[in-house]
Each structure stands twice: as C-alpha cells, then as structure tokens.
Design a protein around this ligand. Structure first.
Ligand SMILES: Nc1ncnc2c1ncn2[C@@H]1O[C@H](COP(=O)(O)OS(=O)(=O)O)[C@@H](OP(=O)(O)O)[C@H]1O
Length: 596
C-alpha cells in the first residue's frame, strides 16, 4: 500500500517543483511577470500563488473549457465570414415582445393559410437598403403568425461560404431551428395584448420572415433563394421596398457617417480601457500557451474586456484577431517555452516602461490598433527600463475608415460609373449609346441596363460600402433577380410614401401575399412606438449601425441633390416601364416617379 502510494506523491512533487521552477525562472528574468492592472492604470505582479491557483483552476476546468472552446471555434468560424453589415443586429429573442391591440380577435379565426396547407413559406424583405426595411421588419416581427429571425438581417443567401454550408445554417436563425413558431397572446398591462413569441410550441409550417436588404444588391442572393425554395411545400416570397433613389442614397451616406462616429468611439474605448484589455490579454495568452494549441482560446476573453469594446462586435472581433495574429508572430514553433517568453515580452516588458517608448499600456495599445503591420524584427524598438519593448502593430490604417465629403463621395461614384461605361463600351450593345459616346439610360432596354450594371459593379464588396448610386439602381437589380430565377409574382413591391401614409393597407396586402391572417398593428404609423418596438426586437441594431428610423440632420447639398436627381431620372423611367410590363405584386405607382 505504502509502496503504491509513494510514486504518485513523488511524481506530484516533481510536477509542482517544475511548475514552481518554471515560473520563478520566468519571473527572475526582469520582464517575465504577468502584469495585472486595474482600469485606473498602474501594474502589480501576479504572485506565484496566483499563477499556481490559476493553473489549478485551469486543469480542473479542462473539460468544460474544451466544450466551450469547441463552441467558440464554431462560432468564430461562422463569425469570421461575416461582413460589416452582418454584425449590426443582434437580437435577443427572449426579449421580443410587442404590444398590439386586437391580436386576440385576429387569431381567433384559426390556422393561417400556410399552416393549414402544411407548408413553410419564407418571407424575405430582400431590398432595398435604406428604404424602410427596418420598419417593415418591426411590423412583421409583431405579427402573431410570423416567426421572425433572431437577427433582423440574416445574410445567408448573399454569402457563398454560408450558403455552401447548407440550409441548416439558415434555419438556425429562427428560434426553433427554422421551424415555425406559433405565438399566443396573453393579456398584458392595460388590457393590451402581448405577443410573446418565445414561449410557444413549434411546428414545421407557416410563415417565417427575415429582412436582409443587401440580398437584392448582392448579385448572389436571388439565385440562391430561387434554388433553395423550389418546392410548393417550401416556398418563398420577396418584399422589395423602394424609395426616391436620391433620398435613399443620401440616407446611406448619413448612415455611414454615423457608423464612422461609432468607429471613433470604439477607438476611444480601446484607449480608455487599454489597461484592462492588456490584463485580459495577458491571461489569455498564458492560457493559450498552456493549452499548446493555437486554435484554442481562453473562454471568457471577450467577457473580461470592457463592454464598450465588445459592444461593436465586428470591430471587437477584428481587434481580437489582430491580437491573435500577434500571438502567432511571437510564437516560436519548436520552443513552446520560448514562445511563452516572447509572447509575454511583448506585453510584460511594457509594465516597467515609463517614458521610454511606451509611456503606458494605453499608448501601446492605441499604437497597436492604428499602425501599419510590420515584420517582427521591425517591431523591436529598443529597451525600456525593466525589459525589452516590442512595438506591436496589428491593424493597418485601412481598418480606419473615413468618409469623404458628400460631393467627393458621390463624385467618385459618378466617375466610377462613367469610367466603366467608357471602358466597356466596345463590349456592349451599340443601341443605348448617344452620338457623343455616352450611355443613354433612357434609351436602353431593361436587359441592356442590367447588363451594364452587372459589368460595372463588382459585388459583393467588403467594409464600408460606397455604392450610393449603384444601390439606388433599382430596376436592373430587380431584373437581375428575375433572371436568376425569382418569379415575378413572388415579388411584392412597396412604395415608401404609400407605406408611410397608409401602412395598414400595405400590410394587409403583404399578409395576403405571405399567406397569413389579417392583423392590425397598433403601432402602425407611430414612429415613436415603432422605434420602441424595433429596439425591443433588435436591441443592438441601432447602437451598432447607427440605424435610425428617422436619420435627422445633415441636409444633402442642393447642387448635389440636383445632380443625383438628374442622374436617376432615366432610371426611374426604366423602373416604371419594367414594373408595369411584369407580373409583380404590390404597387406599380411609385410616388417618386409619379411625374413620368
Ligand atoms: N414607415 C417608413 N416607411 C419607409 N421608410 C421609413 C419609414 N420610417 C422610416 N423610414 C426611413 O427608412 C430609412 C431606413 O431604412 P432601412 O430601415 O431600410 O435601413 S437599413 O437598410 O436597414 O439600414 C430611414 O431613412 P432616413 O431617415 O432618410 O435615413 C428612415 O427614415
């Protein structure tokens, strides 16, 4: 008994001595202590005891971590593909409630048409950006027979990568994995009826909805939609919202201004919470190295960074991946301990550095965030008291986006269009060109126009998008969708003026189009209430994107407005002709083109 027990005691002792030796060694080399700092600044060293406790905790929680990490990896993989637009609307579905009068009565009628036929219809608000899609999403998400996606914008059909992963990925955006959720109504405060979506049973039929206005502009989504929903029991409907193209373009400009404000406040937050970020990251690196697997991340890294930084999840993820890149740079492949040392140097050396190069963690983080990425050797900037300092730059200046003044921004859009026409003229049909060689939109057939637009706009593109003109070229984009296989009578066209002035009527038609029962929205037409309901349904959307129901302020310069209006006049003509020649549902009388 005694003999069997002794070896294990011996082994444990050796392990403990090794760990102790390892950390004492590291701590004695002048720059190896793990720095800890509070948000107020200043550093303390983590004692051996703390490290030991940390390791013990780490070992004890390995299984749990492995699970979390697997989840994190899956999530990261999915998230990495997301584009800027994809990040903007995280909806916690549990909070989704909407106050509606009369819902009880409406539901008393029994099953919806779609349910009765046991078919699933996916209703997609597929366009156009800045044309009121969020208001439409707010209404639809309040309808008792419509299960709305957990985020407003799903961005599945516009991504080759996501689409390749299969419909299951899409289905996950609905609470029951894509299956229709039937909501019921319970009496709420003041005898109003509360629609509570989450607490109800699920069925595999009915109507689910989402609103990704980028779909129609992506050039990819429509063919993906057409090929996905090809059976009558698994059908689709598209809603396309239209607005005066000049107002739409200006609304996009204003939104981008707000997003840049958000970027700047993110940068401020990084600077403000740099010490805290540094501390989190030190711990994160320690754990990463111990795990000895570069893909494994410490669960909770996100959790220990201040929410002002994580709030903008797209930006936060870029920052995190930059930090991760940095770890890999400092990693010495065949020498894990060396990797630890180097990784730590990068951070810990700064702890004692006062004025020489790195005045504080705050400076170093800010620098890392804004500077051009360089080779590892060039990152060495010399000695600071207490250790070697590494100047680390992980995110390039490209990450910092700036929006030119309106005239310049639209000006380069005009230029791009002209240049494209110029360079593609030889390959285009000769019909729509004027004598002076310029392209005559007014003379072009819808197919010629569509061809030109396809040639001229490279899509999809990433980052803050400057496609003010392109996104307002409605007709060719609708045409491209139809070419891709979307049936005209499965497209419902909404005119924004009619939608604002008579939302009840528009929604009645859409209910019929989607196959759900009529429903009266108590919030219809009341901007304040719509905004409230929208924030409830998609809490992060406004904060992250700068979305506003009414993007007040900043008038479009009048000369620019005139120029843009003139540019779009022939496009409006083409749109009216096209809609009237087709089998589209919804309105064909567009207020913004009423004088044509
Ligand atoms: N009821 C109603 N009907 C139509 N349009 C409305 C309505 N209410 C708001 N708006 C205007 O829609 C603009 C925002 O559009 P989206 O929600 O589609 O924006 S986004 O693409 O989701 O970012 C935004 O435009 P701007 O105010 O010009 O920026 C809103 O004012």
């Amino acid at each position: 008994m005694r003999h069997r027990f002794l070896p294990s005691v011996f082994i444990s002792l050796v392990i403990l001595i090794c760990i102790g030796f390892y950390y004492s060694n590291n701590n004695n080399n002048g720059y190896m202590s793990i720095s800890v700092s509070g948000e107020a600044g200043g550093y303390d060293s983590i004692s051996h005891n703390t490290i030991f406790k940390y390791i013990t905790k780490y070992v004890a929680s390995t299984d749990e971590m492995a699970e979390n990490e697997a989840e994190d990896e899956a999530e990261d993989e999915a998230e990495d593909e997301d584009e800027e637009e994809d990040e903007k609307d995280v909806r916690t579905d549990e909070t989704k409630t909407s106050t509606e009068e009369g819902a009880k009565d409406e539901r008393a009628g029994g099953e919806s048409t779609a349910e009765a036929e046991n078919k699933l219809t996916t209703l997609i608000v597929a366009g156009f950006q800045k044309c009121g899609t969020s208001v439409m999403a707010t209404y639809l998400s309040s309808h008792p027979e419509i299960s709305f996606s957990k985020v407003k914008e799903v961005h599945y059909f516009d991504s080759e990568k996501k689409f390749a992963k299969g419909i299951e990925l899409y289905d996950q955006h609905w609470p029951s994995g894509g299956l229709k959720e039937i909501s019921s109504h319970t009496a709420g405060k003041d005898d109003k009826v509360v629609v509570s979506v989450n607490s109800h049973s699920y069925i595999d039929s009915g109507v689910r909805a989402e609103a990704t206005p980028y779909y129609v502009s992506s050039g990819l989504a429509c063919s993906h939609i057409a090929s996905t929903f090809s059976s009558p029991s698994n059908d689709y409907r598209l809603v396309l919202m239209l607005r005066d193209p000049t107002d739409r373009a200006w609304s996009e400009y204003k939104m981008q201004m707000r997003r840049l404000d958000d970027q700047d406040s993110f940068l401020d937050a990084v600077a403000r919470h740099a010490d805290n970020l540094l501390t989190c990251f030190s711990t994160y690196m320690l754990n990463t190295v111990l795990v000895k697997d570069k893909r494994k991340r410490k669960p909770g890294f996100r959790g220990c960074v201040h929410k002002d930084i994580t709030r903008s999840s797209a930006r936060y993820r870029k920052l995190e991946s930059a930090l991760w890149k940095m770890i890999n740079k400092f990693r010495v492949k065949d020498d894990k301990e060396g990797a630890i040392r180097k990784t730590k140097e990068c951070w810990v050396a700064k702890k004692d550095g006062d004025d020489d190069g790195f005045t504080s963690a705050l400076d170093s983080i800010t620098m890392m965030y804004v500077e051009e990425e360089e080779e590892i050797d060039e990152l060495l900037v010399g000695q600071v008291p207490g250790g070697t300092a590494f100047r680390v730059s992980c995110l390039g200046p490209k990450f910092l986006e700036r929006l030119p003044k309106p005239e310049e921004a639209f000006g380069s859009d005009f230029e791009e269009w002209e240049k494209c026409l110029e360079s593609n003229r030889p390959t285009m049909l000769s019909g729509p060109f004027k004598k002076d060689g310029s392209f005559d939109v007014g003379k072009a057939t819808i197919d010629e126009l569509t061809e030109v637009v396809k040639l001229c706009y490279r899509i999809p593109i990433k980052g803050i998008q400057r496609q003010f003109l392109y996104r307002s070229m409605f007709a060719p984009q609708i045409r491209r969708c139809v070419e891709a296989g979307i049936e005209e009578d499965k497209i419902y066209i909404v005119d924004d003026v009619e939608f604002r002035e008579n939302p009840g009527k528009v929604m009645d038609d859409i209910h019929e189009f989607a196959g759900v029962k009529p429903f009266t929205y108590a919030i219809a037409g009341k901007n304040k209430e719509i905004e409230k309901a929208f924030d409830q349904a998609f809490p992060a959307f406004q904060k992250i994107t700068g979305w506003r129901l009414d993007g007040k302020g900043l008038e479009m310069p009048s000369d620019l407005r005139k120029r843009v209006q003139e540019f779009f006049a022939p496009f409006n003509g083409a749109l009216v002709d096209y809609l009237n020649s087709g089998n589209f549902k919804g309105t064909k009388l567009l207020n913004f083109a009423s004088d044509l």
